[in-house]
Design a binder for this molecule. Sequence first.
Ligand code: UDP
Length: 326
Amino acid sequence: MKALVIGGAGYIGSHMVKTLQRAGHEVAVFDNFSTGHREAIEDVKIYEGDLQAAAEIDPVLSGYRPDLVLHFAARSLVAESMVDPALYHANNTCGVMTLLDGMRRHKLDRLVFSSTAAVYGFPQQRRIDESHPTAPINTYGWSKLFCESMISDYCRAYGLRAAVLRYFNASGADPSGTIGEAHEPETHLIPNVLRAAVGRADKVTVFGKDHDTRDGYCVRDYIHVNDLADAHLLAYDALNRADQPDFQLYNLGNGQGFSVIEVLRAAEAVVGRTIPMELADRRAGDPPVLVAGAGKARSILGWTPKIPELHRIIATAWRWHQEQRY
Ligand code: UDP
């Protein structure tokens, strides 16, 4: 199978590239390298370009002619999306439209799209399954929901078959230690905790202990990045199954929530030392609890996370953070 990974130099995209390579597939990456890292991808054909320009993505689609397009190239910071929404609509929303039109023009009909639990907004039930109403509370979530809606329309009207995967909290790193999470600025909890552990930051700031949760700290469902990547390959299989609809939607999470302080304590156990922390106010737009109901991915895709335990997820991230290569 020939795969084109759009945004393949980013955190999740680069793990996808590795997973595809290990499975023996032919892989090419399309990336504008705005936030991704060239060092994160090797032995792969690279097309440098911007998804917002049809003139840049079109020749890649027509020349490489992938069997499957996987789309990871998105802005994904909630706070940034609130102060600069244009960036999110241009990059995420319009980028997808350019891609869909290019795929349509060149008769490419298989897409796996990275979406997010942020489309659900404030959770109305303890575990969020795919039937939970979508009501984003930030521009990032809206930009992804607009994308989902366009993809669903193109499936209905133009013969596209697509799987939308709504990730909960992507985390960890490839167990090889060669690639991992490297955002600048870093806003995610586990890398920030490990940066403090390794001495690249003085301390980790914990946002709020007055949330409506069991211990007052925000609760999230952390899912290993390689388990996410595996789900994309299984989603491709499902796109080729006649008994599955043209437009498919799956939540991806472990179905277990951990509070910020539980993550901190688990990280301390992994690294074998105390990690300095300070308490700060809540971060705007943070829902108190986000935990997946991911039974659909398990039953239809046959997906079983291989690194579901929090301490193992953190251990893979720790290996990366100790010798961060980029
Ligand atoms: N968080 C924190 N300190 C940090 C980063 C995150 O306390 O340095 C909290 C954040 O408020 C949220 C949880 O950790 O409740 C997960 O945040 P992250 O940014 O990793 O993922 P999100 O759920 O926002 O996508």
